[in-house]
Design a binder for this molecule. Structure first.
Ligand SMILES: C[S@@+](CC[C@H](N)C(=O)[O-])C[C@H]1O[C@@H](n2cnc3c(N)ncnc32)[C@H](O)[C@@H]1O
Length: 298
């Protein structure tokens, strides 16, 4: 593994609240891995999540899922399981069947695709995240061997110069790439989301892929979402942006994308418990899985 500028720390207490959300997603992947009907297996997740990740997950689990008062909050575990599997399959398709050899996880968090998925020879996988988080991850995974050419890129995606750090770690903007923005966009203000997508487009060659998850604006305001939103606010990591038409957001930044909701064909895997609200019904809480590619400039 090539590493750029990662301070090492194995102590979750040294992570910021935003960095600690990666422990929550690791705990979700550990919980999924322990299910008989799991959608994927992440043998590293339990160790990465640790007791801090399990405690964060317990807080989320306490306010989501079926409730006796009828105010159901969508299931975070089911959503997360589908998201992980959906993106695993998407990356497998683009690398194994479409020949893409540059994969950028932005941010990577404690994702372990570099270690747990089979990659074609020559695949270079870039993990962008903040320095402390990547240092923490490096310590926890010191004994494990990645199955791709892993490049660890310590950078802030809202900072001025992550593109430079990425290029210095071996990324070639002239070659096709696929970017995964998983578990990030709702934490960023709307203008930062636009800026980030434009910056990614500017360092990608036409035809390059993108995938992301987002929520819509009702997910930030509906009363039944309040308990979950309050948990994130209590951690100091509120959800601050939602997009009702992800296709329009990405289009404005040069991408043509498809947005699926969990439960839609291709994003269900037999796991989504609720009906899928049609897109033209207003006021529904929605989450979206987006995938698509960068258009050639006109
Ligand atoms: C909920 S986790 C998701 C990570 C990973 N994609 C996953 O699914 O496990 C959010 C991650 O975003 C990272 N992050 C948040 N804001 C960031 C920024 N401005 N630059 C780089 N990383 C950021 C955090 O450090 C954390 O690892």
């Amino acid at each position: 593994m090539t590493t750029h500028q990662n301070p090492a720390t194995g102590d979750p207490a040294a992570l910021t609240a935003l960095e600690r959300t990666a422990l929550l997603t690791a705990a979700l992947r550990a919980a999924e891995t322990s299910r008989a009907d799991r959608l994927y297996t992440d043998p590293y997740a339990a160790g990465l999540a640790g007791s801090t990740g399990r405690a964060l997950l317990a807080e989320v689990a306490a306010v989501t899922g079926r409730r006796t008062d009828g105010q159901d909050v969508p299931s975070t575990p089911d959503f997360n399981a589908i998201r992980t599997r959906f993106l695993d399959d998407h990356l497998r398709h683009l690398t194994h069947e479409r020949g893409v050899r540059q994969v950028v996880l932005a941010p990577a968090g404690l994702d372990t695709r570099a270690w747990r998925l089979p990659w074609p020879d020559g695949t270079r996988l870039f993990e962008i995240d903040r320095p402390a988080l990547l240092g923490h991850k490096r310590e926890r995974l010191a004994e494990a061997t990645p199955r791709a050419d892993l490049r660890s890129v310590a950078a802030d995606l809202t900072g001025p110069d992550w593109e430079e750090t990425l290029r210095a770690s071996g990324y070639d903007p002239a070659r096709p790439s696929v970017w995964v923005l998983e578990g990030l966009l709702y934490y960023l203000p709307r203008d930062e989301v636009h800026r980030l997508l434009n910056r990614i487009a500017a360092c990608s060659t036409p035809g390059s892929g993108i995938a992301a998850d987002l929520v819509n604006s009702a997910a930030l305001t509906l009363p039944q979402m309040r308990p979950l939103l309050s948990v994130f606010e209590g951690w100091g990591t509120p959800w601050v942006s939602g997009f009702d038409e992800p296709e329009i957001l990405f289009d404005a930044c040069g991408y043509t994308v498809t947005a699926l909701q969990p439960g839609d064909e291709g994003a269900d895997f037999g796991r989504w418990p609720d009906p899928v609200p049609p897109r033209d019904v207003p006021g529904e809480r929605r989450v979206f899985f987006v995938h698509g590619s960068l258009r050639a400039p006109r």
